[in-house]
Design a protein around this ligand. Sequence first.
Ligand code: HEC
Length: 154
Amino acid sequence: MKKGLIISNVIFVALTLVLGYILLFTGTEMIETKDTRTTVKYAPDLRDLVMSEMRDYLEVINEVHQGMAENNPEMIVKAATRQGKASIAETPARLLKLSPLACKQMGFAGHDLFQAIADSAKVNYNPKTTTKQLAALTNNCVTCHRVYKVDYTN
Ligand code: HEC
Protein backbone atom coordinates (compact mmCIF):
# COMPACT_ATOMS: atom_id res chain seq x y z
CA MET A 1 0.00 0.00 0.00
CA LYS A 2 2.68 2.45 1.07
CA LYS A 3 4.68 1.66 -2.08
CA GLY A 4 1.64 2.38 -4.27
CA LEU A 5 1.19 5.77 -2.56
CA ILE A 6 4.82 6.68 -3.12
CA ILE A 7 4.58 5.72 -6.80
CA SER A 8 1.40 7.73 -7.37
CA ASN A 9 2.97 10.72 -5.59
CA VAL A 10 6.06 10.45 -7.78
CA ILE A 11 3.86 10.27 -10.90
CA PHE A 12 1.86 13.27 -9.68
CA VAL A 13 4.97 15.37 -9.06
CA ALA A 14 6.47 14.34 -12.42
CA LEU A 15 3.27 15.26 -14.24
CA THR A 16 3.12 18.62 -12.47
CA LEU A 17 6.70 19.35 -13.47
CA VAL A 18 6.07 18.41 -17.10
CA LEU A 19 2.91 20.52 -17.28
CA GLY A 20 4.68 23.40 -15.51
CA TYR A 21 7.51 23.21 -18.02
CA ILE A 22 5.12 23.21 -20.98
CA LEU A 23 3.20 26.14 -19.51
CA LEU A 24 6.25 28.28 -18.76
CA PHE A 25 8.83 27.47 -21.40
CA THR A 26 7.21 26.21 -24.57
CA GLY A 27 4.87 27.84 -27.02
CA THR A 28 6.37 31.11 -28.10
CA GLU A 29 9.48 29.62 -29.65
CA MET A 30 7.38 27.13 -31.57
CA ILE A 31 5.70 29.90 -33.58
CA GLU A 32 7.29 30.23 -36.99
CA THR A 33 6.97 33.63 -38.61
CA LYS A 34 6.12 33.85 -42.28
CA ASP A 35 6.82 37.57 -42.22
CA THR A 36 9.18 38.17 -45.11
CA ARG A 37 8.75 41.95 -45.28
CA THR A 38 11.83 44.15 -45.53
CA THR A 39 12.56 46.12 -42.36
CA VAL A 40 13.12 49.84 -42.77
CA LYS A 41 14.94 51.36 -39.83
CA TYR A 42 14.01 54.82 -38.62
CA ALA A 43 14.98 56.77 -35.53
CA PRO A 44 12.09 56.73 -33.00
CA ASP A 45 10.96 60.29 -33.79
CA LEU A 46 10.83 59.53 -37.54
CA ARG A 47 8.93 56.31 -36.95
CA ASP A 48 6.37 58.19 -34.83
CA LEU A 49 6.04 60.79 -37.57
CA VAL A 50 5.53 58.20 -40.31
CA MET A 51 3.04 56.18 -38.24
CA SER A 52 0.97 59.22 -37.32
CA GLU A 53 0.94 60.15 -41.02
CA MET A 54 -0.28 56.62 -41.81
CA ARG A 55 -3.12 56.99 -39.32
CA ASP A 56 -4.03 60.28 -40.94
CA TYR A 57 -4.15 58.58 -44.37
CA LEU A 58 -6.82 56.31 -42.99
CA GLU A 59 -8.70 59.29 -41.54
CA VAL A 60 -8.56 61.12 -44.88
CA ILE A 61 -9.87 58.05 -46.71
CA ASN A 62 -12.68 57.83 -44.16
CA GLU A 63 -13.53 61.53 -44.65
CA VAL A 64 -13.52 61.08 -48.45
CA HIS A 65 -15.97 58.19 -48.08
CA GLN A 66 -18.07 60.28 -45.70
CA GLY A 67 -18.06 63.12 -48.24
CA MET A 68 -19.25 60.70 -50.91
CA ALA A 69 -21.98 59.34 -48.64
CA GLU A 70 -23.20 62.90 -47.97
CA ASN A 71 -22.69 64.03 -51.58
CA ASN A 72 -20.39 66.74 -50.24
CA PRO A 73 -17.44 67.33 -52.63
CA GLU A 74 -16.10 70.15 -50.45
CA MET A 75 -15.51 67.69 -47.64
CA ILE A 76 -13.62 65.43 -50.08
CA VAL A 77 -11.47 68.30 -51.37
CA LYS A 78 -10.65 69.49 -47.85
CA ALA A 79 -9.71 66.02 -46.58
CA ALA A 80 -7.68 64.85 -49.60
CA THR A 81 -5.77 68.15 -49.87
CA ARG A 82 -4.41 67.52 -46.35
CA GLN A 83 -2.35 64.58 -47.67
CA GLY A 84 -1.81 65.97 -51.19
CA LYS A 85 1.18 67.64 -52.80
CA ALA A 86 1.64 70.13 -49.95
CA SER A 87 2.47 67.34 -47.51
CA ILE A 88 5.36 66.17 -49.73
CA ALA A 89 7.08 69.49 -49.10
CA GLU A 90 6.89 68.83 -45.35
CA THR A 91 8.72 65.50 -45.58
CA PRO A 92 11.99 65.73 -43.61
CA ALA A 93 15.15 65.08 -45.67
CA ARG A 94 16.29 62.58 -43.01
CA LEU A 95 13.26 60.45 -43.76
CA LEU A 96 13.99 60.43 -47.47
CA LYS A 97 17.61 59.45 -46.84
CA LEU A 98 16.63 56.45 -44.70
CA SER A 99 13.87 55.16 -46.99
CA PRO A 100 14.55 52.65 -49.79
CA LEU A 101 13.86 53.99 -53.28
CA ALA A 102 10.75 51.88 -53.93
CA CYS A 103 9.38 52.95 -50.56
CA LYS A 104 9.88 56.64 -51.43
CA GLN A 105 8.27 56.15 -54.84
CA MET A 106 5.18 54.57 -53.32
CA GLY A 107 5.08 57.30 -50.70
CA PHE A 108 5.11 60.02 -53.36
CA ALA A 109 2.61 58.12 -55.53
CA GLY A 110 0.22 58.08 -52.56
CA HIS A 111 0.41 61.87 -52.10
CA ASP A 112 -0.15 62.34 -55.86
CA LEU A 113 -3.25 60.17 -55.66
CA PHE A 114 -4.61 62.13 -52.68
CA GLN A 115 -3.99 65.30 -54.70
CA ALA A 116 -5.77 63.82 -57.75
CA ILE A 117 -8.80 62.98 -55.58
CA ALA A 118 -8.88 66.58 -54.32
CA ASP A 119 -8.40 68.09 -57.79
CA SER A 120 -11.07 66.12 -59.59
CA ALA A 121 -13.60 66.57 -56.77
CA LYS A 122 -12.93 70.31 -56.98
CA VAL A 123 -13.13 70.69 -60.77
CA ASN A 124 -15.91 68.27 -61.61
CA TYR A 125 -17.04 65.94 -58.82
CA ASN A 126 -18.01 62.51 -60.09
CA PRO A 127 -18.40 59.70 -57.51
CA LYS A 128 -17.31 57.11 -60.09
CA THR A 129 -14.02 58.93 -60.63
CA THR A 130 -13.46 59.27 -56.88
CA THR A 131 -14.17 55.57 -56.38
CA LYS A 132 -11.61 54.63 -59.04
CA GLN A 133 -9.04 56.98 -57.53
CA LEU A 134 -9.66 55.52 -54.06
CA ALA A 135 -9.12 52.02 -55.46
CA ALA A 136 -5.79 53.11 -56.99
CA LEU A 137 -4.82 54.82 -53.73
CA THR A 138 -5.61 51.88 -51.46
CA ASN A 139 -3.87 49.56 -53.91
CA ASN A 140 -0.74 51.64 -53.32
CA CYS A 141 -1.18 51.30 -49.52
CA VAL A 142 -1.58 47.53 -49.81
CA THR A 143 1.44 47.12 -52.10
CA CYS A 144 3.74 48.97 -49.73
CA HIS A 145 2.38 47.18 -46.63
CA ARG A 146 3.12 43.84 -48.27
CA VAL A 147 6.77 44.75 -48.74
CA TYR A 148 7.88 46.86 -45.76
CA LYS A 149 7.77 47.08 -42.01
CA VAL A 150 9.29 49.71 -39.78
CA ASP A 151 11.66 49.27 -36.87
CA TYR A 152 13.49 51.57 -34.51
CA THR A 153 17.21 52.16 -34.72
CA ASN A 154 18.68 52.77 -31.33
C1 HEC B 1 5.68 53.72 -48.73
C2 HEC B 1 5.07 52.61 -48.08
C3 HEC B 1 3.69 52.77 -47.49
C4 HEC B 1 2.59 53.32 -48.07
C5 HEC B 1 2.43 53.87 -49.48
C6 HEC B 1 1.55 53.26 -47.09
N1 HEC B 1 2.01 52.69 -45.93
FE1 HEC B 1 0.97 52.46 -44.21
N2 HEC B 1 2.58 51.66 -43.31
C7 HEC B 1 3.77 51.40 -43.94
C8 HEC B 1 4.66 50.71 -43.02
C9 HEC B 1 6.06 50.24 -43.36
C10 HEC B 1 3.95 50.56 -41.82
C11 HEC B 1 4.42 49.86 -40.55
C12 HEC B 1 4.12 48.39 -40.66
C13 HEC B 1 4.86 47.55 -39.64
O1 HEC B 1 5.91 47.99 -39.13
O2 HEC B 1 4.40 46.41 -39.38
C14 HEC B 1 2.64 51.18 -42.02
C15 HEC B 1 1.67 51.27 -41.06
C16 HEC B 1 0.40 51.78 -41.28
C17 HEC B 1 -0.62 51.91 -40.28
C18 HEC B 1 -0.46 51.59 -38.79
C19 HEC B 1 -0.04 52.88 -38.09
C20 HEC B 1 0.31 52.69 -36.63
O3 HEC B 1 0.06 53.62 -35.87
O4 HEC B 1 0.86 51.64 -36.27
C21 HEC B 1 -1.74 52.40 -40.90
C22 HEC B 1 -3.09 52.71 -40.26
C23 HEC B 1 -1.40 52.59 -42.29
N3 HEC B 1 -0.08 52.22 -42.49
C24 HEC B 1 -2.27 53.07 -43.25
C25 HEC B 1 -1.93 53.33 -44.56
C26 HEC B 1 -2.86 53.78 -45.58
C27 HEC B 1 -4.35 53.98 -45.38
C28 HEC B 1 -2.13 53.97 -46.70
C29 HEC B 1 -2.57 54.44 -48.05
C30 HEC B 1 -3.30 55.66 -48.17
C31 HEC B 1 -0.75 53.62 -46.39
N4 HEC B 1 -0.67 53.23 -45.09
C32 HEC B 1 0.27 53.70 -47.31
C33 HEC B 1 4.13 51.74 -45.22
C34 HEC B 1 3.31 52.36 -46.15
